[in-house]
Design a protein around this ligand. Structure first.
Ligand SMILES: [Zn+2]
Length: 445
């Protein structure tokens, strides 16, 4: 099909189904998924038998709520009891073609996943909804600033771009400097990275004397892997002279379940023909209405090896109706993408602090190159919150003013809570390519 006839949708039929049609499709897929989990995953059979529910009781979409939640904790227990994969895998291991695992931060057991060839085809397909929807076309040259390790990350996006027919540039273990050189030399039009690393590349390019907005050909930056922060996206867009599109996925799903379309409505569409996304009060498990924050609970229809039904994600989101975007897609949106984690909130002297809110304030100051939030307890009673700052080169003379301004802005955003703002030496703070960790809670150590 010639370029001027390309549809704006990857799947024109499914992305524009009416709500009623979507409901019918979701119900059929749900019934099939529950049936399969019941028959093929001892983990799910046990979970459902303990809750006194069976596949025959799923007659309407509302019956989804009869099913018990699946959690990372009970998945981990199953893995520990029946190493390596637990008893929720529906097929023998030799039918898989790929193994991935989570990074297992803070000594936690990693989550291990297997996928078949069919699963990988589905994984790539989900990314296609997002990449095509943001405007990636066969004529694009797509650069992956990604390490291609055991973390599943952008693997599926790579296959999606091959499926679309883009020219794909993997960059494996390249240094940041070499990545930037290749992006410019190859006239790449799209770059994929975490938001943190997209910023980092922009900063390194500046030090190399390269103006990515003027010297490069990038017009789209696709980010994933971290909560979405509008101020950070705005900085990425300015540095790269490009539009920045948000996506989000998870190892448990193997792919993305939401993406921002080219209309950039300030939110991400849910791929509703492949997922049911419930938004629930994290304490009560009851649904919250449109416009209110809650925890996303996902049911996935596509991964054959691992049934994922009512999985508690601990991601905080705000769902709004599809009519909030003008693109014509009928999938509802998460306003602002993933807005944080259920367990992100820290209580400091009676005030709630979310790392995302701190980052939003910090990113309003382009002179700040990197930062960390450090929580400490003084004399065993008083909690202190300190934001450590590394400035971009050449901004020394604004430090005194910035320190005062940032302290005041942070207090304003947190009911007057006092923040300590400290400057640290250049290079003292960690840099991140994947999943930035900018909060250290030293209070219980
Ligand atoms: Zn849209």
């Amino acid at each position: 099909m010639p370029p001027d006839n390309w549809s704006p949708y990857w799947n024109p039929k499914n992305e524009t189904l009416s709500r009623k049609q979507l409901d019918q499709l979701q119900l059929v897929k749900l019934q099939r998924s529950v049936e399969r989990a019941w028959n093929q995953s001892p983990f799910h059979r046990r979970l459902y038998e303990n809750a006194g529910v069976n596949p025959d009781q799923i007659a309407t979409l509302d019956d989804l709520r009869r099913l018990p939640f699946m959690t990372r904790e009970n998945w981990m227990e199953s893995q520990a009891e029946k190493p390596l994969f637990g008893d929720l895998i529906t097929r023998p291991r030799d039918q898989a073609i790929r193994y991935h695992l989570t990074s297992g931060t803070s000594g936690r057991q990693p989550l291990r996943v297997l996928d078949s060839r069919k699963d990988w085809s589905w994984i790539a397909e989900q990314w296609c909804y997002g990449f095509w929807g943001f405007g990636i076309r066969p004529t694009d040259t797509v650069f992956f600033a990604f390490s291609y390790g055991s973390f599943i990350g952008f693997w599926g996006a790579h296959y999606c771009c091959e499926k679309i027919g883009c020219l794909v540039i993997p960059s494996g273990n390249m240094t940041t400097e070499n990545r930037i050189k290749q992006i410019v030399e190859m006239r790449a039009t799209t770059v994929c990275a975490t938001p943190t690393y997209a910023l980092r590349m922009g900063q390194v390019a500046q030090k190399m004397g390269i103006d990515l907005a003027a010297d490069g050909a990038i017009d789209k930056v696709i980010v994933s892997g971290e909560p979405s922060i509008p101020a950070t996206k705005a900085m990425v867009e300015e540095m790269w002279g490009a539009k920045c599109g948000d996506t989000a996925g998870m190892t448990e799903i193997g792919t993305i379940m939401i993406f921002e379309c080219s209309h950039q409505p300030g939110g991400t569409h849910i791929i509703e023909d492949h997922f049911i996304e419930e938004v629930l009060n994290p304490d009560t498990g009851e649904p919250v209405p449109y416009g209110e924050p809650g925890e996303r609970v996902v049911t996935s229809f596509g991964r054959g090896f691992i049934p994922l039904i009512r999985y508690r994600t601990k991601d905080m989101v705000i769902k709004v109706p599809a009519s909030n975007c003008s693109c014509g897609r009928t999938g509802d949106l998460y306003q602002g993408g993933i807005i944080g984690r259920v367990d992100d909130m820290k209580l400091i002297r009676g005030t709630n602090v979310y790392p995302r809110a701190v980052e939003t304030v910090v990113r309003e100051h382009p002179e700040i190159e990197e930062f960390q939030i450090v929580l400490t307890r003084v004399d065993n009673i008083r909690d202190e919150i300190t934001v450590q700052i590394e400035l971009v080169p050449g901004s020394d003379d604004i430090w005194a003013e910035l320190q005062k301004k940032l302290g005041a802005d942070l207090a304003d955003a947190h009911e007057g809570l006092r923040f300590n703002v400290e400057r640290v030496e250049r290079g003292a703070l960690p840099r991140f390519e994947l999943k930035a960790k900018r909060l250290q809670d030293l209070r219980d150590q």
